[in-house]
Write a protein that binds this ligand. Sequence first.
Ligand code: HEM
Length: 347
Amino acid sequence: MRRVLGSVDGYSNDFGKFAGRIGLGVGQDPGGLGFADPPVHTRLRKALTPEFTMRRLARLQPRIDAIVAGRLDAMAAGDGTADLWHDFALPIPALTICELLGVPYADRDYFQQLSTSRFDLGGGAGVSLDAIGTSLSYLGGLITEQRRHPGDGLLGSLIRAHGDEIDDRELAGLADGVLTGGLETSASMLALGALVLMTNPAMAGRMRDGDGVDQMVEELLRYLTVVQVAFPRVAIHDVRVGDADIRAGDVVMCSLSGADRDVLLGADPHRIDPSRTPDRSHLAFGYGIHRCIGAELARMELRTAYPALVRRFPAMSPAVPPTELTFRPASIVFGLESLPVTLGEAA
Ligand code: HEM
């Protein structure tokens, strides 16, 4: 897996190379980093990287704390039940990305709605790409506004530093990539992670005590691996990988969820083990030049939200039996459609 994902000249991520093979037009290219090869990818990623350094992200921590506290307060003020997907898991990354990008407060509800349908492959790839198209046009408007008055967020700072080298379409693609990359992924991790904690009281107890939070977050990332496959790659040459002969032009899909259940990551990989200390890191954030640029931001959200949730609602439990939970039928991002819970006494 690492050989494929880490190869710079063996495979291409260029949208134009495989669009036709899956019935899409080149005009439907969503832009961003995931569907670009060097040197375009290198140039765009270099512009975006300074926005994701630990130092730059640290300024978001107080906002993430406040966003999480706001959601917990709203749930505590309700009738003792909640849908953790809608009330907790989705708003936390959506509001965090609004902070990161510099989306105006008035637009935040609309922004959240834009993001929900895009990962649903139930209607075919075309429907998701239409949702991406709507989002790109919203972001286009935001970019026009930020070109006039660059704000403090990622868009304003990209425009100040690289406004002449990056055109509006590329900027919209980058912003959309951040939205696509950072919303449902973190939301699914929050909802599924909360479900794991509700069914694993020992782990929830450790999370509540702040005992090994970072390690448990890594184990949840490995165990759940919500981004099930990496971006599609097209083989540039004929190549043999493991037992498979791949021809130049073949589309190669790498199963990250499969890789993260490898015994290389420790014994009994199908079991969640809060004390797991693997020699190799998991592939939940991918590997190679397309490795997730938002990994540290995602970790900040998860490390903040899980302990806060189990501290505020220590007796929270699923309101329906596990067999009645609805998982998304076909989606790139593994996740729940809703997570009804009974909150129990709030602490
Ligand atoms: C738990 C949450 C997250 C998971 C599991 C996740 C997973 C991934 C994976 C697996 C890839 C790489 C796919 C490949 O190699 O083909 C990726 C790429 C990416 N992610 Fe994330 N991600 C998460 C959160 C975020 C956040 C919070 C952001 C930004 C705010 C983000 C932005 C991106 C971008 C822009 C890329 C494309 C990078 C490139 O092509 O150079 N992700 N993510």
